[in-house]
Design a protein around this ligand. Structure first.
Ligand code: K1U
Ligand code: ZN
Length: 167
């Protein structure tokens, strides 16, 4: 297994749109294993392939306390969404920043696992938030896009300064 590098906002590669996985095999299985290891090490509760500069529709999520309930979503699509709920979100690509975002309260997602087998899950609470957050990453959207222009501008400047000082 390997720890992957997580891109940090405002890296333009986070804006790329991921393509669907068309072949299930050892390459997808290794990507999923490496993404899971990277998510657990961060630590985080979700990770989209976009965040590790792989532009394929692959997500890993584990919201369990025991960290032994990995959900793999390949080629996820929202089949149903209802209600609205506000939740505090974080992002491994924006370390240390948390803010409230309003999303659908209850969703049904259809996807495949890493073996290509179909999955359907209905989720609410943190799992619903996390699935929507990760699916946004796959189309180049980030949770900071839901913030006011002023908050986003301040955050962008802070991140740019941090990255300048680190280079
Ligand atoms: O996509 C990501 O960057 C992962 C992100 C997922 C997420 C969390 C909360 C709300 C929406 C989406 C994170 O995992 S941020 C880190 C985090 O929330 C966390 C870290 C350690 C323990 C528990 C949570
Ligand atoms: Zn994120």
């Amino acid at each position: 297994m390997a720890l992957l590098t997580i891109l940090e906002y405002p890296d333009p590669r986070l804006r790329k749109v991921a393509v669907p996985v068309t072949a299930f095999g050892p390459e997808v299985a290794k990507l999923v294993r490496d993404m899971a290891e990277t998510m657990y090490a961060a630590p985080g509760v979700g990770l989209a392939a976009t965040q590790v500069d792989v532009h394929k529709r692959v997500i890993v999520i584990d919201i369990s306390d025991s960290k032994d309930d990995l959900l793999v979503l390949v080629n996820p699509e929202i089949a149903a969404a209802e209600g609205e709920a506000e939740c505090e979100e974080g992002c491994l690509s924006v370390p240390g920043y948390y803010d409230k975002v309003t999303r659908a309260a209850r969703i049904t997602v259809k996807a495949r696992n890493e073996h290509g087998e179909p999955i359907e899950r209905t989720a609410e609470g943190l799992l619903a938030v996390c699935i929507q957050h990760e699916m946004d990453h796959l189309v180049g959207k980030m949770f900071v896009d839901y913030l006011s222009p002023l908050k986003r501008a301040r955050l962008t400047a802070k991140q740019r300064k941090k990255q300048r000082l680190a280079s």
